[in-house]
Design a protein around this ligand. Structure first.
Ligand code: 1HE
Length: 269
């Protein structure tokens, strides 16, 4: 099924195949610069994913994932507009990070400013070799405003974010892999294939486990140790008590399930 959110503007496209939805930033002529209408459409897409979807892939059309904030929106904006602007981005990116389904991002070319803030709200990042990461806010006379101070900092630490913002250091895909901006680096044109392979794997997990991974892990990371351990224990008890968990564990004990790193005995894959 192929739907265009807001047919007139066609800024974000959604294509659903079975359990996997692919959501594509579709403004390549502006290097997928994130305008407010585009950010709103992104939110709508994630809110409207059909119940049959279990994983989403987020991609950008053209040679660049995203050139970040649409800078043309800034020229007339007041401080109050700026705060509202950030709030709109926060709502949209929260729907991605804390939505119903895990999100895999495919990155190529520029992943800069707000583009990196967007990518950091996804759960898995696959970077093609062409991808590069930057935080040019310092050069533009502005600041992070799409949650990057929190999310990018959690990925690579505030020292690296500070240095990238101060110096305009552009981080290559391979360097991004080493410091934790990307989980995988693929040859050119291979990012989507890799993302689909990962999506199939994630879609095969128990939904309750995926829920716990997406929703509980980030909360636990912000809790003091005693609270974190309690949250973990509660989440563990709930997931392992689900009938699906019992079935999966029994399948392993009965030698019907794949060992780690080995082909699945049922499918041979
Ligand atoms: C844009 C934007 C944009 C391109 N806002 N219009 N982001 C930046 O500082 C990155 C700015 N962009 C670039 O450095 C380059 O465009 C790229 C390296 C990403 C790509 O270069 P290139 O040569 O392929 O494309 P181009 O010719 O620069 O751009 C094509 C068109 O897209 C052109 O418009 P045209 O009408 O002349 O065709 C560009 O003006 C337009 N375009 N990027 C608006 N960002 C919530 S706070 C987040 C803060 C930030 O994100 S700061 C980082 C902003």
């Amino acid at each position: 099924m192929n739907t265009k959110v807001n047919d007139e503007a066609r800024l974000v496209e959604v294509e659903t195949q079975g359990a996997i939805a692919t959501i594509t930033l579709n403004r390549p002529e502006k290097r997928n610069a994130l305008s407010l209408p585009m950010v709103r459409q992104l939110r709508e897409c994630f809110e409207a994913l059909p119940g049959s979807v279990r994983v989403a892939i987020l991609a950008g059309a053209g040679p660049h994932f995203s050139a970040g904030l649409d800078l043309s929106e800034l020229s007339e904006a007041s401080s109050a507009d700026g705060i509202q602007h950030s709030m709109t981005w926060y709502e949209a990116f929260s729907k991605i990070q804390f939505g119903r389904v895990p999100v895999i991002c495919v990155l190529q070319g520029a992943v800069v400013g707000g583009g990196l803030e967007l990518a950091s709200s996804a759960h898995v990042r696959v970077a093609e070799e062409s991808a590069y990461f930057g935080l040019p806010e310092g050069q533009r006379g502005i600041f992070l405003g799409g949650g990057g101070s929190v999310r990018v900092t959690k990925l690579i630490g505030f020292s690296r974010v500070t240095e990238m913002m101060l110096t305009g250091h552009v981080v290559s895909a391979s360097e991004g892999y080493v410091i934790g901006l990307a989980h995988y680096v693929t040859p050119a044109g291979e990012g989507m294939r890799k993302a689909r392979e990962l999506a199939e794997r994630i879609a095969g997990n128990a939904p309750l486990s995926n829920f716990a991974i997406m929703q509980a892990l980030p909360l636990i990371a912000e809790q003091p140790m005693s609270h974190g351990l309690m949250t973990e224990a509660l989440m563990a008890a709930i997931t392992q008590n689900a009938p699906e968990a019992k079935d999966r564990v029994n399948a392993f004990l009965d030698k019907r399930a794949a060992k780690i790193g080995a082909p699945d005995p049922k499918t041979g894959e």
